[in-house]
Design a protein around this ligand. Structure first.
Ligand SMILES: [Zn+2]
Length: 290
């Protein structure tokens, strides 16, 4: 069975072709300027006769109708866009539209760090912070495919304003822009990427270490609460920022340790599928409608 998986991001769009569970083709392109052009691009990939298409979007979607509901970051106006029907009309293949963090979770659950584990929390650290929840071997969905948004758990009600309208969400501390903003707040001239901040922390920069420790704290608070809420004992952390997970671990573990009488031992595992995990998960979802 040949399945195409797409992971549409705010800046880049990634794709994989799965043959069974093996990646036989993959690529990354700048995200096209609007949803129509994105559909045209995906259709060009599907010309190699795929049996199903799964497409992950960074936002809320209606899986039943294949419609984007709230997808603010990629270029163009996605909200209300009929992704599933447009792609099916262009390709003739069955199309599944999912949230990108749920796709990440399914990939790591079936083929990655959480393989064989039934109950798992997933966190994806990137520009935003996404999440997913697996119980009894299945990823939970929610009505707008919005279940598991760990990035928008409040850890500081008077903290920085978040893109969701709330204050002090995990994302404002552990997402890329939040990390950069916190690092730069003491010195406006210094503009560094999260990767550069992690490198500075490894070289012993106290401010960089403090910012990443704060990110770990925020993540630990939210994951500890989520573990209590769902009763799970495993956490998988991935995404572009997770390369700095080791620098966040001490503060993160402290928050989990504080809650140990309630939540027990929690295993925190790094994701293993790398940057294509979202596209792989989208492809795996595609199989279900094909
Ligand atoms: Zn938020």
């Amino acid at each position: 069975m040949t399945r195409l998986g797409i992971d549409v991001g705010g800046t880049y769009t990634k794709w994989v072709v799965l043959e069974g569970e093996t990646v036989v083709g993959e690529g990354t392109v700048p995200t096209p300027p609007d949803p129509d052009e994105t559909m045209t691009f995906v259709a060009s990939l599907a010309a190699r006769r795929v049996e199903s298409i799964g497409i992950g979007l960074p936002g809320h979607v209606d899986r039943d109708t294949g419609t984007a509901l709230f997808v603010p970051n990629p270029p163009g106006d996605w909200d209300g866009y009929p992704v599933g029907s447009r792609l099916s009309a262009l390709t003739g293949a069955p199309v599944t539209v999912v949230n990108d963090a749920r796709a990440f979770g399914l990939a790591e659950l079936l083929l990655g760090a959480a393989r064989g584990l039934p109950d798992v929390l997933f966190a994806v650290l990137g520009t935003g912070v996404g999440g997913a929840v697996a119980l009894r071997g299945g990823i939970l969905v929610g009505p707008r495919d919005n279940l598991g948004e760990i990035g928008h758990v409040t850890v500081s009600p008077w903290g920085p304003v978040c893109c969701c309208g709330n204050r002090g969400c995990v994302e404002t501390f552990a997402g890329g822009p939040g990390i950069v903003r916190a690092f730069g707040s003491g010195s406006p001239k210094e503009i560094a990427s999260p990767k550069e901040i992690a490198e500075a922390a490894r070289a012993g920069d106290g401010r960089a270490l403090g910012v990443l420790s704060r990110a770990g704290w925020a993540l630990g608070v939210a994951l500890g609460d989520a573990a209590a809420f769902f009763g799970v004992g495993t956490v998988v952390v991935g995404g572009g920022i997770s390369g700095a997970l080791d620098l966040m671990r001490s503060a993160l573990d402290k928050e989990l340790e504080r809650r140990r009488p309630l939540i027990g031992e929690i295993a925190v595992l790094p994701a293993v599928l790398g940057p294509m995990a979202g596209a792989i998960g989208a492809a795996l979802y595609g199989r279900r409608s094909g």
